[in-house]
Design a protein around this ligand. Structure first.
Ligand SMILES: Nc1ncnc2c1ncn2[C@@H]1O[C@H](COP(=O)(O)OP(=O)(O)OP(=O)(O)O)[C@@H](O)[C@H]1O
Ligand SMILES: Nc1ccn([C@H]2C[C@H](O)[C@@H](COP(=O)(O)O)O2)c(=O)n1
Length: 424
């Protein structure tokens, strides 16, 4: 059995685990050891108390190297299994990973059952039948202050049994927050082909992906052809993008485009309710369609674009990163790079407004919101993360514009910037 585990998930015991207790502090990190550790006794006891005391504890992680299966299994775990747990259970986000190693993250949950209800173990025990999930229980060693992680497997009679056990030992905070380890290729795609591959895998579960694939074709990449400048307007919702892009289009006698392009509008609600991998692939492909429209339009007039790559990257990176703004990948990280085959604009302007002004504008407007926009309104932390991520995207980086003043003043400010940077 031990052999099977090793081939399934790499060396399980060399992984580090993190449990996110609340979103303003660092997670609790622990490693596994085959031998008891006698050092740092006091530190260990304090750690065990925080993590295990007063509850029967379990963890479940989605452990498969196939990103598509991983996305579907995680969504199924979150939406179909976790809600069935008894109400006495508290469920925390959990990660299993190799410290600072890209693409080593398995996401999951840490479950604390304060009342040790009989329903919890069978609901979680069922999951051992799924080869893409790992289920663990946490048990205090008899007559000692140490704790074990028991890794469960399916026994011959179909029940869940502990086949491997390791001592739990506190571990150091890694350099990179574990939630950011899989961003490249799972939340953000850096070339057309990668996003296209995900859409191809979706065909069986989302029939409209087939139509989308026909629309984009297998090699939709485009270089800028025209001599006219391409100016992208970015920003959180209600920062004034629509207002500004319309007035700029009129003033500069430009062509107005948007990402995702209007031809994708009918499919957007469908992808907005899918797991992040599929949703992000949809928006990534949308940028390539917009790029081909930009390439054609920039031969005849200046082009103004309402959202483009910066939005796709910033929302994806901010959503993937859990906890504090400080958990975002550091400035200069490869996650902020521009895709190698996506048409680059001449200028990207990021509209920023104060939280109070943005909320005032949202309440005046009162239109339907996507899931993420609703989250933005409720969640200042998330909004800050999106804005920080916008500012870190490189080559081209965005120029920040104070969009608090009235529309005509914002327009004048932006026209000066365009004159300066694009010689228009
Ligand atoms: N500079 C401004 N001063 C005051 N109100 C503004 C300004 N710009 C836009 N508004 C108003 O704020 C609201 C949101 O503006 P707008 O629709 O242009 O934002 P947006 O960034 O395109 O939003 P979304 O991305 O959600 O579509 C509208 O009611 C608009 O009239
Ligand atoms: N190029 C784009 C445009 C939009 N998105 C995502 C990010 C948000 O979830 C949402 C906001 O768009 P809006 O409703 O303001 O049109 O769409 C993206 O990922 N990439």
């Amino acid at each position: 059995m031990a052999k099977r585990m090793l081939s399934r998930w790499g060396q399980w015991y060399s992984r580090v685990f993190a449990v996110e207790c609340d979103h303003s502090t660092d997670p609790l990190y622990f490693a596994l050891s085959k031998t008891p550790q006698e050092r740092h006794y006091d530190e260990r006891q304090a750690f065990y108390e925080k993590l295990f005391e007063g509850a029967k504890c379990y963890s479940v992680h989605v452990c498969t190297d196939d990103r598509f299966q991983r996305a579907l299994l995680y969504e199924a775990l979150k939406n179909n299994v976790i809600p069935r747990l008894p109400t006495g259970c508290s469920v925390l986000d959990a990660f299993s990973f190799h410290p600072d190693v890209s693409n080593s993250l398995f996401r999951g949950f840490f479950i604390k059952d304060a009342t040790n209800l009989p329903e919890t173990a069978p609901i979680l025990g069922e999951l051992v039948k799924n080869s893409g999930m790992s289920v663990c229980t946490y048990v205090r060693e008899e007559n000692s202050q140490r704790w074990w992680q028991h890794l469960l497997s399916e026994a011959e009679d179909g029940s869940a049994a502990a086949t491997e056990k390791y001592y739990v030992v506190p571990s150091e905070i890694p350099h990179r927050h574990p939630s950011t380890l899989n961003i490249m290729g799972n939340d953000v795609f850096y070339n057309f082909e990668d996003a296209y591959k995900v859409m191809e895998q979706c065909k069986d579960i989302i029939p409209v992906s087939e139509e989308l694939l026909k629309l984009v074709g297998p090699n939709l990449t485009q270089k800028k052809e025209g001599r006219f400048p391409v100016i992208v307007i970015e920003g959180l919702d209600a920062t004034g993008k629509t207002t500004l892009t319309h007035s700029l289009t009129t003033t500069l006698d430009a062509t107005l485009l948007r990402s995702p392009p209007t031809c994708l509008s009918p499919w957007r609600p469908c992808f907005d309710s899918e797991p992040a991998l599929l949703r992000r692939a949809f928006y990534a492909l949308g940028n390539y369609i917009t790029a081909s429209q930009i390439a054609a339009a920039s031969r005849h007039s200046p082009v103004i674009v309402d959202r483009y790559w910066h939005s796709t990257a910033a929302y994806a990176i901010a959503t993937a990163t859990s906890g504090k703004v400080g958990n975002l990948p550091s400035p200069g990280s490869e996650v902020y790079r521009w895709p190698c085959d996506l048409l680059r604009p001449d200028l990207v302007l990021l509209l920023t407004v104060s939280p109070e002004e943005r909320l005032r504008r949202l309440s005046v407007r009162g239109v339907e919101k996507t899931r993420e926009e609703a989250e933005l309104e409720a969640n200042h932390l998330f909004r800050n993360k999106v804005e920080q991520a916008y500012k870190r995207v490189e080559d081209p980086a965005c120029v920040v514009v104070d969009a608090n003043p009235p529309p005509d003043q914002v327009l004048q400010q932006v026209l000066l910037l365009i004159k300066d940077k694009c010689h228009l």
